[in-house]
Design a protein around this ligand. Structure first.
Ligand code: 5RP
Length: 237
């Protein structure tokens, strides 16, 4: 492995471990999805083995499997509709702590969990911190409505592309049985407005824009040596 890849893994591990160490005994924990959350689950699993009592709500099949392998007890939004802390990754974070998520096609459940959480902790490496959101916006779409949804998304100013699977022929099918449409916009001038406009299209389940949780968000930016912790008051102050 080259030095850059090693440094990236170290950054993800540092962010994930720091987030896992915020979890207190008895908490219900939202378990996000992805390669940074992987390290959070690893550390949380160690803490559970040391005697910490938590219940985790996974946001994907992948996370559910990892949590089970790590010995973390699993619960559901039905049994625990209020989550004490949710910890998740992101693809981009802007200075207002708005996010683009969904590279792993888990953003629908991730948004349900973020919405139900009292505190939302986002774990990223430095590459994800941007001045302005500009990555492609993943949109989970009901297959029944995909053609009209593509037309409506195009009207919003992007080139929508149905995400193709890698080890399966045809489209990615999410954990919820839907398609994912990736939308590259020339410019995202107003992320809140764009999130609302996408959500208003019939057949859209959720987009990867996360603009509504900034006040309860803490971002942990992993670095090789230490982590930077950002909350909104830090920026406003
Ligand atoms: C999955 C996500 C992930 O949280 C996001 O893509 C970040 O993943 P990683 O930590 O692997 O870069 O939104 O849908």
């Amino acid at each position: 492995m080259d030095k850059k890849a090693e440094a990236l893994i170290a950054a993800k591990r540092a962010a994930g471990y720091k987030a896992a160490d915020l979890i207190k005994d008895g908490m219900v924990v939202g378990l996000g999805t992805g390669s940074t959350v992987y390290y959070m689950i690893e550390r949380l699993g160690e803490r559970v083995k040391e005697g910490l009592h938590v219940r985790g709500i996974p946001t994907s099949f992948q996370t559910a499997m990892r949590a089970r392998d790590s010995g973390i007890p699993i619960t559901t939004l039905d049994d625990d509709p209020v989550i004490d802390i949710a910890i998740d990754g992101a693809d981009e974070v802007d200075p207002g702590l708005r996010l683009i998520k969904g590279r792993g096609a888990a953003h629908l459940r991730e948004k349900c969990v973020a919405a139900a959480a009292k505190q939302f902790v986002v774990v990223v490496d430095e590459q994800k911190v941007v001045k302005k959101l500009g990555a492609q916006v993943p949109v989970e779409v009901l297959p029944f409505a995909v053609t009209p949804v593509l037309k409506d998304l195009e009207r919003l100013g992007c080139k929508p592309v149905i995400r193709e699977a890698v080890k399966k022929d045809g489209p990615v099918v999410t954990d919820n049985g839907n398609f994912v449409v990736d939308c590259q916009f020339k410019e995202i001038k107003n992320p809140e407005k764009l999130e609302a406009a996408i959500a208003a299209i019939p057949g859209v389940m959720e987009s990867g824009l996360f603009c509504a949780y900034t006040k309860k968000t803490t971002v942990i930016v992993g670095g090789e040596k230490k982590c930077k912790v950002i909350t909104l008051p830090d920026i406003v102050a």
